[in-house]
Design a protein around this ligand. Structure first.
Ligand code: ADP
Ligand code: ADP
Length: 231
């Protein structure tokens, strides 16, 4: 069963009465445990595609299945529930709570799922250890480097054991060394836990870390390396 399966997705925005066609018919299938980079120039539709794949936005037309479930048939509540259970998100600017320790940031998604305090702390600690931050549990974001903050965000995205990790420009605010370290961690977590990783980037050097590249241009897929080297 595919982790993500999109058929002919389109997304049109209205901007001051003018229609902008951000996606013009995108179909793709991402299997469980894949490691995929969506790459393309600024304005090509990458973020729009990422938001659709993450069910943060609805397509104008087309179909999306996440882990075998047809998204268009769900109510908003069901959609939010499925999203929380199935998808983890990582953003360029980390989005950590500033007044809160690394451990509490990582444990937060488990609060919404009704996991008890002791188990939350144990799972958050294990997630932080898995990104090499066992020694930073009680630090706040301002006491950590950008690379460390992004690793906390990755731990938070994975603490609920999602099927898919969606990362929008995860290295965009990092220098080359920290960016490479974050990519190495994503690579290892993908291999170890089998979570499918889908990241968006405009940097070819970042995309090369993934095992499959999907090139987007003008709202269409212009090249998918899985079709060149089928698994
Ligand atoms: P990328 O992530 O590749 O930079 P985006 O998906 O952000 O591309 O944008 C694709 C196109 O859609 C661009 O032309 C952009 O200006 C337009 N667009 C994106 N979001 C909106 C929006 N909320 N309203 C209007 N136009 C948008
Ligand atoms: P960045 O600049 O780091 O990519 P943005 O603040 O632009 O981050 O966020 C990217 C998109 O993701 C925005 O449309 C925002 O509404 C959405 N977003 C940000 N944080 C979350 C979150 N925790 N859960 C769901 N959507 C989010």
């Amino acid at each position: 069963e595919a982790a993500l399966e999109a058929v002919d997705l389109t997304r049109r925005y209205q901007l001051d009465g003018v229609a902008v066609e951000a996606l013009r018919g995108v179909s793709l299938r991402i299997g469980p445990g894949e490691f995929v980079a969506i790459i393309g120039p600024s304005g090509s539709g990458k973020s729009t595609l990422m938001h659709l794949l993450g069910c943060l936005d609805q397509p104008t037309s087309g179909r999306l299945r996440v882990n075998g479930v047809e998204m268009s048939q769900l109510s908003d509540t069901q959609l939010a529930e499925l999203r929380n259970k199935t998808i983890g998100f990582v953003f360029q600017s980390f989005h950590l709570l500033a007044r809160t320790t690394a451990l509490e940031n990582v444990a937060l998604p488990l609060v919404y799922r009704g996991v008890g305090k002791a188990e939350r702390r144990a799972r958050a600690r294990a997630a932080l250890e898995s990104v090499g931050l066992g020694h930073r549990m009680d630090h706040r974001p301002s006491q950590m480097s950008g690379g460390e903050q992004q690793r906390v965000a990755i731990a938070r995205a994975l603490v609920g054991q999602p099927k898919v990790l969606l990362a929008d420009e995860p290295t965009g605010n990092l220098d080359t060394r920290n960016g490479a370290e974050v990519m190495a961690i994503l690579d290892r977590l993908n291999s170890d836990s089998g979570v499918a990783v889908v990241l968006v980037t405009h940097e070819p050097e970042v995309a090369e870390h993934a095992r499959r590249q999907i090139h987007v241009r003008d709202g269409l897929i212009e090249l998918d390396t899985a079709e060149r080297n089928p698994a």
